[in-house]
Every structure is written in structure tokens, then in C-alpha cells.
Design a protein around this ligand. Sequence first.
Ligand SMILES: [Zn+2]
Length: 254
Amino acid sequence: MDNYFIDNNTQNTVEIEDISENLDTKYNKKNRSRVAVNDELEIVQTGFANAVAEGFPLSENEKLDMINSAEHAFGMFLDALKCDWRNDPNSMDTPRRVAKAYVNDLWSGRYTAMSEITSFPSDGYDGIIIERDIPLTSMCSHHHQVIGGLVHIGYVAGEGGQVIGLSKLNRIVELFGRRGAIQEQLTTAIHNAVDKVCEDNKGVIVTIVANHNCVSCRGVKHQGASMVTTKASGVFRDNNNLARKEFFDSIKIS
Ligand SMILES: [Zn+2]
């Protein structure tokens, strides 16, 4: 069984060759293949808060330049709010902290590529594959407040089909979650990415249950309300379908 995951003859890497031909030659080969995998998964216009940034993926130097200019701009933002951050011991490094948090963590999915995804033979398994309770940390595009919750993903591999390493589902959630987001589009983005990397699947379903700080901390200020969104295809599409019922039974949502 150990050899199963390292047997190159039975591995099937998601196709990346054609797209990598067109990429900027300043990135090394390793980065190019990562870009290609990510490029195939993008469905939103480059530059939008819930899309990759122009020039994606950014080099370490490009990220440093971005942090420097964002730091400067955030200092001006605090000036506009009449915050004496330059003399406040708790705030004097805040512009840089905030800039680094956006580039390296909160919006890292806009700047940093995901490693390439490898799929494996399903070896006769034809049941539903579910990963539930994947942690989600995202940020709403409208108010730049945290969205926190759980993502549940299910899929059924095709005949003689392919399955992907379980942690890749977590990586897909990170890639699209670590951006500005609206939950509806985020659900679709994750669904479409799983659909693409699990080639010839019979169906994919993604449910997100999340709390939005912009609802609990501002505006109506209601604590505890959660938003549930689902995007389904193939065998999960029909409301009376057993696959859909099995998925929701598994994640305890009716
Ligand atoms: Zn919001």
C-alpha cells in the first residue's frame, strides 16, 4: 500500500504543460507549473478582490514592494482617522503589521500560488468521498471583515476515475478563501476547482457554513447568524438524489 502513492506509472498529474508555455519567463519552472494549475482554476477577472492580482504569482521581492507601499498607504489611512499612530507605542508599527497581514495571510491567495495537484487511481472505490469541517478564514469583499466558518466538500470519482490527496481540498479552500470574498462566489470557486482537478468525476458538492463579522460587528450587529451556501453538480444536483442526502446526513445539515 505504501507504494501506491509513489508509483509514478499510476499517477496522473493535472495537465499543466500548455498553459505554462505562455507564462512570463522570469519565473522558474517550478513556479510556472504552479501558476498553470492555479490559472486553470480562476473564474474571476484578474485584479478583483476575489481574484488573483495582476502578475500572479508575485515573487518575494514583488511582495516586499507591495508591503512597503501598502504600509505607507495604511499610515495615511490612520492619519485620516486622526490616529496619532507615529507616537502611540501600540500603533507605531501597525501600518506595516497590517500590510504584512494582507499580503502574507489575509489575501495570500491573490499573490501566492498553490502547489500542483496530483491525482491517483480510485482503485475501484465508487462511493462518495467527503471531507467535512475544513476550517475557513476569509474576508468579505464589501467591508473587509473576517468571514469564519467551515467548508464541507464531497465528490464521486468517475469510472476508473481519479481521486486527489485529501489535503489538496484544504489547499483549494485556502487558495480561494484567502482573498476578498463573497460567500456565494467562494462556494462556486471551490466547487469548480474541485470539479476540474478531480477529472471525469460524477459529481461535486460544496457547502459553506460561515459567520460574517460585518453582520455581527457593524450594521445590524447581530451575533450568531450563520450563512449556508451550497453548490452541487452531477449526482448531487437533484434534491431527491441519494448522494446529496448522504452528503448532508454526513455533515448534519438538512
Ligand atoms: Zn461584509
